[in-house]
Design a protein around this ligand. Structure first.
Ligand SMILES: NC(=O)c1ccc[n+]([C@@H]2O[C@H](COP(=O)([O-])OP(=O)(O)OC[C@H]3O[C@@H](n4cnc5c(N)ncnc54)[C@H](OP(=O)(O)O)[C@@H]3O)[C@@H](O)[C@H]2O)c1
Length: 268
């Protein structure tokens, strides 16, 4: 990494995204955030980052954000199950919510920000507009993309989130750009931004659980947003992570200092 490098963070206002931005700034790197909401990003990052406004579903909004970018870290996402984040138009009433869950044609016609639109099409749009000399595209995917027919991933994939993540991964790999794909387990630790049990329980590692990486989508369990964000940022410093896809969960006793170099070297 050099002082000329500029990292674009897509999904910077999200749980993992906020932590990625903080970690990049801690390392002294130049950051541009890609956001749909400039006011939210300005309030969050206090003029410490450049802000580009764009929506990954609309490829025409992305080129200005890509100028002089050397790395992209993509932490965008929506909920796995239908929710307000799917941006239904018009907003559904109680009966329409029932239709949304049981009628795929109705659901797809009304939902504007589904996993298919964000994790598959949106990621393809980022790839299509990324600079051809990009040094790394880091993508936050999910555990289970290779085991969609097995419990519990079959349930998680009921509305296609793992299908969409896998399509996003394929677009990245097929692009020929240098990439790192990180497949976290169920996210815990704040900022608590998703609608799930872990958010309700405010589940925490307490900073006591070790980071375990695997290849081939064999691990399952919880993953700290703090460690997922750290892995995204640390990966761009380590050549061993180039063109690798790996899972990340938290298990076991954490050492006093996290040795990312050793963790990443084991992947190669
Ligand atoms: N929750 C889990 O247990 C779990 C497990 C495995 C993997 N993951 C993945 O981990 C990643 C991070 O999760 P998280 O909970 O930290 O995410 P999050 O808080 O839900 O944040 C998602 C981010 O994506 C942005 N976004 C959504 N739609 C967009 C669009 N059309 N164009 C541009 N930006 C858009 C949001 O921006 P706005 O502020 O504009 O909405 C937000 O910044 C996601 O990719 C998620 O799929 C989650």
């Amino acid at each position: 990494m050099t002082s000329e490098d500029l990292v674009l963070v897509a999904g910077a206002t999200g749980g993992v995204g906020q932590l990625v931005v903080a970690k990049l700034l801690e390392k002294g790197l130049k950051v541009r955030t890609l956001t749909r909401n400039a006011a939210k990003a300005t309030e969050m990052f206090n003029d410490k980052v450049e802000i580009a406004v764009g929506d990954i579903r609309d490829v025409t909004t992305l080129p200005p954000a890509m100028q002089n970018v050397t790395h992209i870290i993509c932490c965008t996402g929506t909920t796995a199950f239908p929710s307000a984040r799917w941006e239904f138009d018009p907003k559904p009433n109680l009966i329409q919510w029932g239709k949304i869950f049981f009628d795929p044609t109705y659901r797809n016609a009304k939902a504007k920000n589904t996993p298919a639109k964000v994790d598959a099409q949106g990621v393809s749009n980022l790839i299509a507009t990324a600079p051809s000399n990009l040094k790394r595209f880091v993508f936050v995917s999910s555990c289970g993309v290779l085991h969609k027919d097995e419990f519990p991933y079959k349930i998680l994939n009921a509305f296609g989130v793992l299908d969409a993540k896998q399509q996003g991964e394929a677009a990245i790999i097929d692009s020929g750009l240098p990439y790192t794909i990180i497949r976290p387990g169920r996210l815990i630790d704040g900022p608590y931004t998703s609608y799930d049990l872990n958010t309700l329980l405010q589940a925490k590692t307490g900073g006591k659980l070790d980071v375990v990486l695997g290849t081939g989508d064999t691990l399952s369990g919880d993953a700290s947003r703090i460690d997922v964000a750290a892995a995204c940022v640390e990966s761009i410093f380590h050549p061993a992570t180039q063109n690798q896809a790996f899972e990340l969960v938290n298990k076991g006793v954490r050492p006093p200092v996290m040795d990312w170099e050793t963790l990443f070297t084991q992947l190669a």
